[in-house]
Design a protein around this ligand. Sequence first.
Ligand code: TYD
Length: 340
Amino acid sequence: MKLLVTGGCGFIGSHVIDALILDGHEVINLDALTYAADPANNAAVAGSPRYRFVHGNICDAALVADLVNEVDVVVNFAAETHVDRSLHDPVPFVRTDVEGVAVLLEAVRRRPGLRLVHMSTDEVFGSLPPGVEADVNRPFAPASPYAASKAAAELLIAAYRHTYGLPITVIRACNLYGPRQHPEKFIPLFITQALRREPMPLYGDGLQEREWLYIDDFVDAFRRVLAAPDGGPLVVHVASGERLPNRRIAELICGLTGAPLSLIHPVADRPGHDRRYALDASTARALGWAPKVPLEEGLARTVEWYRVHGRSRLEREEYRRWFVAQYAERLGAGKGGESG
Ligand code: TYD
């Protein structure tokens, strides 16, 4: 089939495109090349005659309307995704994650038969009490501007499904990790800091719990969603069940990189920090899916990737500015000193 994948120069989108090209599909990658994108992420497919890159924004209605005419399926990974950035500057999140989705929905509505697969997140449910897993029908309770923008997009999608009967699949995933993730995120940040023997800024008490899934396992679930008969389920939860406090992840990273535990550096907490996420992944399992890469193995693979590739990203000017704005004062307030 022929697919329009948005945000295909990012972490998740680029891994999915690699798989789609491998599976024999044709892919148009529409990406705005914001700070989080890296065209190097598409190196494996760039030479394929079945791959085409288009530089553009999902908010560009004319461009999107043009591109959807060429494809059978639209897959939306284009998004602002970093919670901390959404606390500093929420409006770009509303623009891309809500308005961008509205533009995609309009384009899909005008092309009957076109299928949309949209990437969402466990964060739409907000923080969950201990022992609770969110099933696909749990009410939303987003707590950050990022989560609120993703929840808003989902409400819009639900309305389009209901009103126009559009075939839209939403995938909500737990925290994904692996090669190519932007170093602003927790695991790649801690790995790159550990490899450089620089302080790892752990928010608050470090006992916040996240559920972690290796990117290859996500791609496997995505393939099954795409292949599901009759468009598959409306909402699929893709999650590993591997739920750990952040401090434990930091300790594992120290173990894998040989960094001393003393580099784990408690800093002021993220405002409004969600304590715990957990998804009931029975919808993905019903597609025959099960995660295959245990956390320690996935982390080891990720460490190896950043050992080789991490440096070039850290050296980018934009990232250095972010690191200083986000961490210099917090780390300086403790024992850590200069970093980044
Ligand atoms: P993150 O990768 O930003 O994902 P999300 O907030 O969307 O789950 O953060 C994962 C967890 O790690 C989250 O509980 C916040 C924490 N964290 C830190 O302790 N220090 C950091 O420097 C970052 C970026 C995150």
